[in-house]
Design a protein around this ligand. Structure first.
Ligand code: ATP
Length: 344
């Protein structure tokens, strides 16, 4: 298969297992984000793909070729790291042409490629500027262009946007995704920013404790989280105990008919996203609670409700603002289709 395949990849540092038995397929031309909390093994996994670390066990294949033990410079990679590591004494053009020059490309070829890449990153005419005179976002784009100069088979970026301020980071996420789609280059990005992962990726790989907890398209990760870790890590959610009953399951002391519980499961946890918690007048819904706090963020309103001894949150947009006040009783309606039964 063309693209990248990891088979049972494990990395141990002494007795500590940083990456455990990872299996992952990244089809050619797709964009994957490795996402997870600090220390979950994202960078270690990326370093093995880059050839900067060797796996303790397992195999890494690129375009059906075993590259597990192939040195970094023979892997056809473009890499961008957080520090960027641009050469400060060189111009933009010299930075971008660097790897072409050491591969022996002629002056004309270098210039043609630099012009092409500068146009791609919207910096045409910047070739002769010293990189020291660029803004943070411009430097970021030059680092990306430099990594792409050799037309790599695989494009690897480790927290590439984390040094930028929030607005610029969001703009660069869109730019990076558009560039990747135009080039059709297989890309892997390490990030701990879930919004960044959701913006850019075809597949979000959520890691914890050195393991992949779920690898799926962003919407599936959000709407159909596999387990409590993923549900809790991605966005806000309500994790509620359930007990299977005759027609579905009991949640917050009320029966939710139609809630599909996997065979043989007597109890467990469901995830219900706050936008799927519907507040209504008491008596109009099976669950009753008391409003304990309202957070109005302008674009969204978060209403915190206590029900059956548990705190849950409902989110609504301003034109669907629930007509409630702190201390008031409310009815809570849950659609069984919005209750996702989790693996524990
Ligand atoms: P962050 O988001 O903080 O960069 P990460 O998910 O990228 O975290 P890694 O850098 O892959 O995490 O580290 C995973 C675990 O492996 C951590 O507990 C780290 O301390 C450990 N680790 C990483 N490199 C080494 C090493 N060379 N020797 C020993 N332990 C290491």
């Amino acid at each position: 298969m063309s693209g990248l395949t990891l088979q049972n990849v494990t990395k141990q540092f002494g007795t500590f297992t940083a990456v455990r038995n990872v299996a992952l397929t990244v089809p050619h031309g797709t964009f994957v984000c490795l996402l997870g909390p600090s220390g979950c093994g994202k960078t270690t996994l990326m370093r093995m793909v880059a050839g900067l670390d060797l796996p303790t066990e397992g195999e890494i294949r690129l375009d059906d070729k075993d590259i597990t033990n192939v040195p970094t410079h023979k892997r056809d990679l473009g890499m961008v790291f957080q520090s960027l590591a641009l050469f400060p004494h060189l111009t933009v053009g010299e930075n971008i042409a660097y790897s072409l020059r050491i591969r022996g490309a002629g002056k004309d070829e270098q210039k043609k490629r630099v012009d092409e890449l500068l146009s791609m990153i919207h910096l045409s005419g910047y070739a002769d500027r010293p990189v020291a005179k660029l803004s943070g976002g411009q430097r970021q784009r030059v680092a990306i262009a430099r990594a792409l100069a050799i037309s790599p088979k695989l494009f690897l970026l480790d927290e590439p946007l984390s040094a930028l301020d929030a607005k610029l980071r969001e703009a660069m996420q869109v730019e990076l995704r558009q560039l990747q789609q135009r080039l059709g280059i297989t890309t892997i990005v390490v990030t701990h920013d879930q919004r960044e992962a959701m913006t850019m990726a075809d597949t979000v790989v959520v890691m914890n404790g050195g393991e992949i907890r779920q690898a799926a398209p962003p919407v599936d990760i959000y709407r159909r989280p596999a387990d409590t870790f993923v549900a809790d890590f991605i966005g806000m959610t309500n994790l509620l105990d359930f007990k299977a009953d005759g027609t579905g399951a009991t949640v917050l002391g009320a029966s939710i008919p139609g809630l599909v519980v996997p065979n043989g499961l007597a109890s467990g946890i469901v995830s219900v996203r706050p936008e799927d918690v519907h507040l209504t007048v008491p008596g109009n819904a099976p669950i009753t609670g008391t409003v304990i706090f309202i957070r109005d963020l302008g674009g969204t309103i978060e209403t915190f409700v206590e029900a059956a001894g548990k705190q849950i949150v409902a989110v609504s947009v301003p034109n669907a603002r629930p007509d409630v006040a702190v201390g008031q009783s409310v009815g809570i309606a849950l659609d069984p289709a919005d209750c996702v039964v989790l693996k524990s």
